[in-house]
Design a protein around this ligand. Sequence first.
Ligand code: G3H
Ligand code: ZN
Length: 277
Amino acid sequence: MLVPLRESLEQARAADRGLAAYNVVHLEHAEALVGAAEDTGLPVVLQVSENAVRFHGSLAPIALATRTLAERATVPVVLHLDHAVSVDLVHEALDLGFTSVMFDGSRLDDATNRSTTREVVARCHDRGVDVEAELGEIGGKDGVHAPGVRTRPEDARQFALDTGVDALAVAVGSSHAMTERTAALDLELVAAIREAVPVPLVLHGSSGVPDEGLVAAVRAGMTKVNIATHLSSVFTAEVRRALAADPDLVDSRKYLAPARAAVRAEAARLLELLALR
Ligand code: G3H
Ligand code: ZN
């Protein structure tokens, strides 16, 4: 069933558990991820990023397919717009039945980020939709999620209070799109931000964090854990294997089916890992 983000986050946080948030780029991902949630009986966030919208050329087709899968799921599923820099895209997501959006104003100057995030929050809350956001870019080529960039607990607290967001993305040592799981998180900082900030925290770039780092991050106070690249690696490795195993293969279902099954298994494993106390 389709559920709001806030409810799932609050339940996860109260139980000191993590909530896995996986990116959907195409239909087979959404099928695999809902399958994983049903296999484990755990809630999941399915997120469509503005980048994925750019790839498809529009939001509605992938969003409506994902929403249909979410509505039919036997477990709670949040439909989330990820890394939206366009306010128009946020408004479109409201009309398409998203239950949550991330407004990413991290590249805006601080005052504009705060005021725009506040406007997005007001508009989304009017429609019963939850909002995740993040503080401004501090430096590094990967912006707020470069490995050396850190969020200060007091800044995070003030940003959450100023904007009224329901969840806050923070920079604690992870970096987007890592293909090796070697990132070391600053767990003391996670705990300090968790203490200072009244809303659940979001870890971006979690693909680069090894299993034990993910568990430790949740124990230290992280709630929503965003994973994209790692599952893409699993999907693509399986496509490669299937194509290499049969050079005469033509039917795309013959390589998409094993790739979808592999993502389902790995997503289920990570759902359970993050739900460990
Ligand atoms: O918003 C999405 C995530 O932060 C995913 O990052 O591809 O490095 O796992 P990742
Ligand atoms: Zn991210």
